[in-house]
Ligand binder design. Structure first.
Ligand code: AMP
Ligand code: TRP
Length: 338
């Protein structure tokens, strides 16, 4: 469906709602930093996606700075990667409208995130919540991005982006115009689970405050949350197979592996046979060691909105040049006249 031959380009974004947590870091932001020296990378703040549900204006402003600070504190270098708010690059919204006319209702009806977020009362959900994945496709394709580092929960949205790119290429007989963007999901940390329930993903909206480790948590809070995390009475197995059916234990081992850079088998070779009385303090030390420096830097950056604003302005300017060019090409292909 595509003969795209353009350069490899990496893009991803995070909604500006809620505080960044360990799942966001391991599933997404850490990958952002890891790719920046090899590829042309665009990392944006999905502020227009966040308004698909109600946002207090003051809160939105704070959140935009929070996510920008989280990117930089986690190692994304604004001089290397391009960091910007989605809302300040107008081409995202413009291409999203065009894609609203490419995507089919049936495709959107299948999106599970809409069903989850709209809940039972879908009549009262915003129209934006429904077309959310169309805007996401525009975010990606307005840069002709080829690779998108995200956590596992975004897989279906990426498939929709590929369908939209393919249909556009096909309908307008430009089979090399848009790439079919690939999600980059694999790797440790693609799906970090709640500390209170190994079958639910770690989420900022979890009602239990002990379920989620936030990047801003201090050492005591992190240690307490890990100490209170749900486990079972068995000692750790010596091999991964022994974690089957033990979702909570598997999650803690997964977090240890992701943060230490070791494989799960290596972690189990070290801790197999030990109980959680030994493993939990070791995990807490590791999480504190890796996360509290990021939290400290995050706090420092949030206290400097002038610096963050200058980063976002420069990023928006750079991103706009590319995005505007792609929208111009799209409009010409479609028959718009100026
Ligand atoms: P969200 O906070 O839902 O806007 O997600 C922002 C990014 O973090 C996306 O790439 C998600 O896939 C990723 N993410 C969110 N929660 C988790 C989790 N529990 N485990 C791994 N990745 C996650
Ligand atoms: N939907 C993504 C999330 O909830 C955020 C997002 C918006 C995104 N646009 C994107 C991610 C484009 C990757 C590429 O996390």
């Amino acid at each position: 469906m595509t003969n795209y031959k353009g350069p490899m380009r990496v893009l991803s974004g995070i909604q500006t709602s809620g505080n960044m947590h360990l799942g966001n870091y391991l599933g997404a932001i850490r990958k952002f930093a890891a790719m920046q020296n090899e590829y042309d990378c665009f990392y944006f703040l999905a502020d227009m996606h966040s308004i698909t549900v109600w946002q207090e204006p003051e809160q939105l402003r704070r959140q935009i700075f929070h996510i920008a600070a989280a990117y930089i504190a986690s190692g994304v270098d604004p001089n290397t990667a391009t960091i910007f708010p989605q809302s300040s690059v107008h081409a995202h919204a413009e291409l999203a409208w065009i894609f609203n006319c490419v995507a089919r209702l049936g495709w959107l009806d299948r999106m599970t995130q809409f069903k989850d977020k709209a809940g039972k009362d879908k009549e009262r959900a915003s129209v934006g919540l429904y077309t959310y994945p169309v805007l996401q496709a525009a975010d990606i394709l307005v840069y002709k991005a080829t690779h998108v580092p995200v956590g596992e929960d975004q897989k279906q949205h990426l498939e929709l982006s590929r369908d939209i790119a393919g249909k556009f290429n096909h309908d307008f007989k430009v089979d090399d115009f848009f790439p079919l963007p690939e999600p980059l999901i694999k790797g440790p940390g693609a799906r970090i689970m709640s500390l209170r329930d190994g079958t639910a993903k770690m989420s900022k909206s979890d009602p239990s405050e002990n379920a989620c480790i936030f990047l801003k948590d201090d050492a005591d809070t992190i240690a307490r949350k890990i100490k209170k995390s749900k486990t079972d009475p068995e000692p750790l197995p010596s091999e991964r197979k022994g974690l089957e059916g033990r979702a909570e234990a598997a999650n803690l081992v997964g977090i240890y592996a992701a943060l230490s850079g070791k494989s799960e088998d290596e972690v189990l070779a070290e801790y197999g046979g030990q109980g959680f009385g030994v493993f939990k303090p070791a995990l807490a030390d590791l999480v504190v060691e890796k996360i509290t420096p990021i939290g400290g830097e995050l706090n420092r950056l949030e206290a400097d909105p002038a610096y963050l604003t200058s980063v976002l302005e420069a990023g928006a300017e750079k991103a706009s040049v590319i995005a505007d060019g792609v929208v111009r090409e799209v409009k010409e292909i479609m028959g718009f006249v100026v």
